[in-house]
Design a protein around this ligand. Sequence first.
Ligand code: F6P
Length: 327
Amino acid sequence: MNEKIKRIGIFTSGGDAPGMNAAIRAVTRAANFYDLHVYGIYGGYEGLIDGDIRRLETSDVANIIQRGGTILKTSRSERFLTVEGRRTAYENLLAQDIDAMVAIGGDGTFRGALQFYKETQFPVVGLPGTIDNDLYGTDFTIGFYTAVDTAVEAVDKIRDTADSHNRLFFIEVMGRHSGYIALYTAVASGASAVLIPEYDTSFDELVENINRSLKRKKLFGLVIVAEGNKLGSTVEIAEKLQEKIKDYDIRVSIFGHIQRGGSPCAYDRMLASRLGYATINALLEGKFNCMAGIINDVVVYTPFEQTVQLKKNPEQELIKMAEILGL
Ligand code: F6P
């Protein structure tokens, strides 16, 4: 047991994700069990720089496991990208006698934590909290399955109207650099096609795919588009396609931030609880500068260097499967 760690800071950073609260709860409760004091850092790295740090007791994390968003608030901090910002953050941690931190967030959050460690040797353990599921070192990230559930539920509704009007819908889901939400949503909602950043689909291939559907007398269609796909903006793709395909009346629906909110699904609550608990075990064992994740149902710790350098991509077989099942 690492006797040096007595006070732990915890914050959420980057885009919020359903299940972040469940992770805050798990970290706080596991820490309190080992008589460690937990301090909530409000507003991510911004709050760290501003010194917005307050004690979190077990009772403060009651009744939050089911809540979306993050009770600690979040931000995408520009100031933490500067040496000066990081220096102020470090001084605030020393002033509060905080010995280690738990960072819940995505790629950008861990990039910041790694840089901070290089400059200060301050121990940080990361928890993967992002709806994008694009982090190397874990099969799934906290929030991903809830976002997919939200998107699938909405696509099911679009399907009703698409079917009634014999229309082709282009549906944009989140993922600036990641196609996981799009791919899983496409498979789970039975879409005809999916466009993701990790896979090149040419415009001609898309036209061919839709024409094939028409030949099969498919009366309506659903195409799921990841925000960051390589063909361009969803509206532009749809307009361009409408010029080529006259038999379908095309419409566009952009889901946006609705995918980030809502109560976390049971899977995300489990994942957040397991990883929150694992984080405290890691700190007590003297493990830090790494992200806790679950691979093949086993908790693993991946150094931040790898988490930020290596990209996790959807399996080729899954992409092929989505294509085949969508035909
Ligand atoms: O948090 C991840 C994410 O939701 C991406 O899928 C999306 O591209 C981005 O954040 C949007 O960020 P913001 O809310 O800052 O516009």
